[in-house]
Design a protein around this ligand. Structure first.
Ligand code: F6R
Length: 616
């Protein structure tokens, strides 16, 4: 993972880079470092967050220079400490590098370089790469760009790198394979920004280029950019894209945490997902990616969903949606498992890849495998222009806006919204849904944002429940049907931000094992909405009660049966069964959020995690 941000131009680089790193901190926050050049190289780096780096810079260093870059790290090779922090410098002291990714064959290269007299301070693969570039530059007597190119053809792995050479201080080299790089183009081609995504330079320019895999760019102050293929040196021209993101979208907007802001953004985000696609009064669902490939969807033997984490949970909801509404068989696969099996896929299969970031390495690899085997691959991504969005044959964006909190919230509900639209569209086209049912679904979808907004007003109640259970060591989440994936998602949210052990289960599975865990100290969150196996879930609740478990139930408003037995109930507005995940998820997000805040945990940047997992 890791975030990289850099600048070359006429402004002071420090404030641009440091602010950029703050915005990219969601990508990793084990350590942070910066390089500035002002007739000499200045490097500062430290274990900890970007704020620690700022303190260090304030106490130690000048901050001058109109060229510089920085890095915020999610540790892969080498523990998070000062020495392993980026940037890394070559043995001569001339070359400086930052790197997001993993060089898999670094050990053999390191051994070779050691034989040639190189020494290494850190345990990182990155320090090996910068010295490999140095060695190639020296032995081939070539320019930095050429040396980087040769080196990258020797390494195996994934990278987004930025390299600086003291001997060429008006030049930055960047390159990518598997990890993203956006280049912002400033006024009159006189200044350039580089970053893992466009957020670090959004207030300076809306013009950006996204490097493709196996491409490198040589960026020269005042002289523009040259992009080349790393493999064969071909010169490439990229279309300059107009960024739509704005500054307010990537700031906290008065909320204490990005996660809370993003939970509260869901009514808007869901509306943005269906805006222009759902025209309920005319019975239309319009989605270019599906419309253009409608025959493939209608004739598909099955749909295979590949995704990770929360996106995988959205995929599980999609399984119910597609099977129920469109009668298409669905398999939902962890991308990380799928990519290493020998899956049976044909050109009659449609693979749907779901990813908020659009950069998840396992999902990307699964897509490549599916394409090799002849499947049509459709992407559901949030980040516009991301690798997955580009790698898939067609797709649709969720338009949730930037999700900065590491724990995914609005990405989940917008993915479900989008997948619901696709399932409804196909259900109607295949004749599985009557016009009346179809029309009811469409009208109900338009009401969902209002219902989510209504639900968000129960925050105080959820906060009170959080205050009772915040110190428990374990928690169980149960749900059935459409709400089984929501139980998994609720448990994932709690464990990732509060570090409380939590498990999600289909409610009926409880009696096959987890019931042994239940005693008077165990809270069990049960989703027991009025539609979909209600009576059966009520029986499960009775079973828990008779073992003295504490029940936090999510029910449909007006419920009386569960209310009579549960310790706490949270009511959601009435909706059809297929859309309940869009509502039941909300209180579970709030519960995890409040527990984590009460436990004083870092809600937006939980330990050991990062927002986009671009390594295996
Ligand atoms: C959980 C979470 C992760 C991601 C997973 C996939 O809150 O954020 O589990 O859902 O890493 O990420 P994307 O959706 O970017 O592919």
């Amino acid at each position: 993972m890791c975030g990289i941000a850099g600048y070359i131009g006429y402004r002071e680089a420090y404030p641009i880079v440091i602010k950029g790193l703050q915005r990219l901190e969601y990508r990793g926050y084990d350590s942070a470092g910066i390089m500035l050049y002002d007739n000499k190289i200045i490097i500062s780096k430290t274990k900890g967050k970007v704020s620690d780096l700022e303190k260090l810079m304030n106490s130690e260093n000048t901050k001058e220079g109109t060229i510089g870059f920085g890095h915020t790290r999610w540790a892969t090779h080498g523990i998070p400490n000062d020495i392993n922090s980026h940037p890394h410098v070559s043995n001569s002291g001339n070359l400086v590098i930052i790197h997001n990714g993993i060089i898999e064959n670094y050990d053999s290269i390191k051994q070779e370089l050691t034989k040639r007299g190189y020494t290494f301070q850190s345990d990182t693969d990155t320090e090996v790469l910068v010295n490999l570039i140095e060695e190639i530059k020296k032995t081939n007597k070539c320019k930095l760009g050429k040396a980087v190119q040769i080196a990258l053809n020797e390494v195996i792995g994934a990278y987004a790198i930025a390299v600086f050479d003291k001997e060429k201080p008006d030049e930055l080299i960047v390159a990518r394979l598997g990890s993203p790089i956006a280049i912002g183009i400033g006024e009159d081609n006189k200044e350039f920004f580089v970053a893992s995504d466009a957020s670090p330079f959004i207030e300076y320019t809306k013009n950006a280029i996204y490097l493709e895999d196996e491409e490198m760019a040589i960026i020269r102050k005042d002289r523009g950019i040259k992009i080349r293929k790393i493999k064969d040196d071909t010169l490439i021209t990229h279309e300059v894209q107009q960024l739509k993101m704005n500054l307010e979208q990537i700031e906290k907007g008065g909320y204490d945490h990005f996660m809370l802001k993003e939970i509260h953004e869901q009514p808007h985000a869901i509306t943005d997902t269906y805006r222009g696609r759902l025209i309920a009064n005319k019975g239309i669902i319009r989605m270019a990616g599906v419309d253009d490939n409608i025959e493939k969807f209608l004739n598909a033997n099955r749909i295979i969903v590949v995704a990770c984490g929360t996106s995988w949970h959205a995929g599980l909801v999609a399984e119910y949606l597609f099977e129920d509404l469109a009668r298409i068989p669905v398999e939902v696969e962890y991308a990380s498992e799928f990519r290493y099996r020998n899956p049976i896929i044909t050109d009659k299969d449609i693979v749907i890849a779901i990813s908020q970031s659009g950069e998840t390495a396992d999902t990307l690899a699964a897509i490549k495998l599916a394409k090799e085997k002849g499947a049509f691959v459709f992407g559901v991504c949030n980040v516009v222009g991301s690798s997955i969005a580009r790698e898939t044959h067609a797709g649709a964006y969720t338009h949730a806006g930037p999700e900065i909190g590491v724990a995914s919230t609005k990405a989940f509900t917008t993915q479900i919204t989008l997948l619901s639209l696709i399932a409804l569209k196909l259900g109607k086209a295949k004749g599985n849904l009557s016009t009346v049912d179809y029309q009811n679904y469409l009208q109900e979808m338009e009401l969902i944002p209002k219902k989510v907004a209504e639900l968000l007003t129960i925050d105080d109640k959820v906060k009170y429940i959080a205050s009772i259970y915040k110190d428990v060591p374990n928690c169980l989440y149960l749900g059935r049907g459409y709400n089984f994936p929501v139980a998994l998602e609720g448990a994932l949210k709690l464990k990732e931000i509060s570090y409380i052990h939590a498990e999600g289960y289909p409610a009926a599975e409880m009696k096959h094992g987890p019931i042994a865990l239940i005693d008077e100290n165990m809270p069990i969150v049960v989703i027991a909405t009025s539609k979909g196996h209600y009576e059966k879930v009520v029986s499960n609740i009775q079973e828990i009660k008779s073992r003295k478990g504490k029940i936090i139930a999510v029910v449909t408003e007006g419920d009386t049966q569960v209310k009579a037995i549960a310790d706490h109930v949270i009511e959601i507005p009435e909706t059809n069964e297929a859309f309940t995940p869009l509502l039941t998820t909300i209180p579970l997000q709030l519960l995890s959020y409040h527990i984590a805040v009460m436990l004083n945990k870092n809600v937006d940047q939980p330990r050991n995690l990062a927002k986009s997992v671009t390594v295996e």
